[in-house]
Ligand binder design. Structure first.
Ligand SMILES: Nc1ncnc2c1ncn2[C@@H]1O[C@H](COP(=O)(O)OP(=O)(O)OP(=O)(O)O)[C@@H](O)[C@H]1O
Ligand SMILES: [Mg+2]
Length: 328
């Protein structure tokens, strides 16, 4: 499969006022300093792939998206998205991409979403039949039929975000940039949004870059992730690989019912340094050295259980671990 997006050593610096004394004169004399929002970022995304682009606040995610959508021009480096250099061929390029910024609206607040959709129809020069069919499909997929004729300012955040997605997808873009599309949505709205995005991706082979702070978005949508911290990519890989590499600390909580051999059970408790709290025991172990199944087999041999649960690390914990491995 061909690469839809290729980025090489992309760097963006912003000039910001250097810190110093305040006051009119001091401010006038004050020099600017440069900060590198992103620093030699390179990446390649295959057609139809959904890349989770994640990292802490200020990491440079939105800056990358603004560069790749042609809103900003880089200080250095190159990028090609479906054959275009985003910041050079913007007007033609925009016809092939869709963008949603969770923090910024594509829709006119004073009119209903459908009015905005009509405006985009004109911009994208879609004929009436194509437009009608597309709206029919997308309105159903994102379940916006009930409120797409209501002025945008009267919509709830979740309703508006679904309309934003419809606006971004109207012209069947080949690449979709989603910068925190689920921000502020409740669990059900997030779930609906994810399902619809997945469907579009599957059906239309849309290449998607998704930034989010919601790890469930990543788990459910992304096939591969990149972690950006202080402008640099600190991790790249598929999710399963990352979990295997980093997600090692597992936990088993169990409640014994009948212990078959008290002595052996005591040895087991000691070996795993299990903690007891009332009827429950918790043991923590590294899954790289001991497989959870082995621990459970041992446990089943020693006692009948009232109940047990195995906890693998969450994606959030894994990512925290990756950050922790970074040099300061
Ligand atoms: N227009 C600008 N002028 C000056 N500095 C900027 C500008 N835009 C971004 N920055 C700085 O660049 C860095 C990266 O910001 P960016 O918005 O890309 O981060 P982010 O990863 O999207 O963060 P968040 O998770 O909070 O959305 C930050 O230090 C930010 O303050
Ligand atoms: Mg951002």
């Amino acid at each position: 499969m061909p690469a839809a997006i290729v980025v090489k050593n992309l760097t963006k610096e912003f000039e910001v006022p250097a810190e110093g004394k305040t006051g009119v004169v001091a401010t006038l004399l004050r020099k600017n300093k440069k900060i590198r929002a992103i620093d030699r970022v390179s990446l390649a995304i295959q057609e139809g792939e959904i890349l989770g682009y994640i990292g802490p606040n200020g990491g440079g995610k939105s800056t990358t998206i603004k560069l790749l959508t042609g809103i900003l021009t880089p200080t250095q480096g190159e990028a090609t998205v479906i054959g275009f250099t985003p910041w050079k061929e913007r007007s033609e390029y925009t016809r092939h991409i869709g963008v949603v910024f969770g923090q910024k609206s594509l829709l006119n607040w004073d009119v209903a979403p459908v009015e905005s959709f009509r405006l985009y129809k004109e911009i994208y020069e879609m004929d009436e039949a194509t437009y009608a069919a597309r709206i029919h499909y997308l309105a159903k997929l994102f379940t916006i039929e009930q409120f797409m004729h209501t002025p945008t300012r009267k919509l709830s955040l979740g309703q508006r975000m679904r309309c934003e997605l419809v606006a971004a997808l109207l012209h069947k873009p080949r690449v979709l940039f989603l910068d925190e599309p689920t921000i502020g949505l409740d669990a059900i709205a997030k779930q609906k949004m994810r399902e619809a995005i997945r469907e579009v991706n599957r059906k239309e082979k849309t290449t998607i870059i998704l930034t989010t702070h919601d790890m469930n978005d990543i788990e459910e949508l992304a096939s591969r992730i990149m972690i950006l911290d202080k402008g640099k990519i600190i991790y790249e890989g598929d999710l399963d690989k990352m979990k295997n590499e980093f997600a090692q600390e597992h936990k088993i909580v169990f409640e014994p019912n009948r212990v078959k051999d008290e002595k052996k059970f005591a040895q087991f408790i000691e070996k795993y340094d299990a903690e007891q709290s009332g009827r429950f025991y918790t043991l923590v172990f590294n899954s790289k050295t001991i497989k959870p199944k082995r621990v459970l087999d041992e446990l089943f041999d020693l006692c009948d259980l009232e109940g047990f649960e195995v906890f693998a690390p969450t994606l959030e914990e894994v990512i925290r671990e990756i950050y922790a491995h970074q040099p300061a």
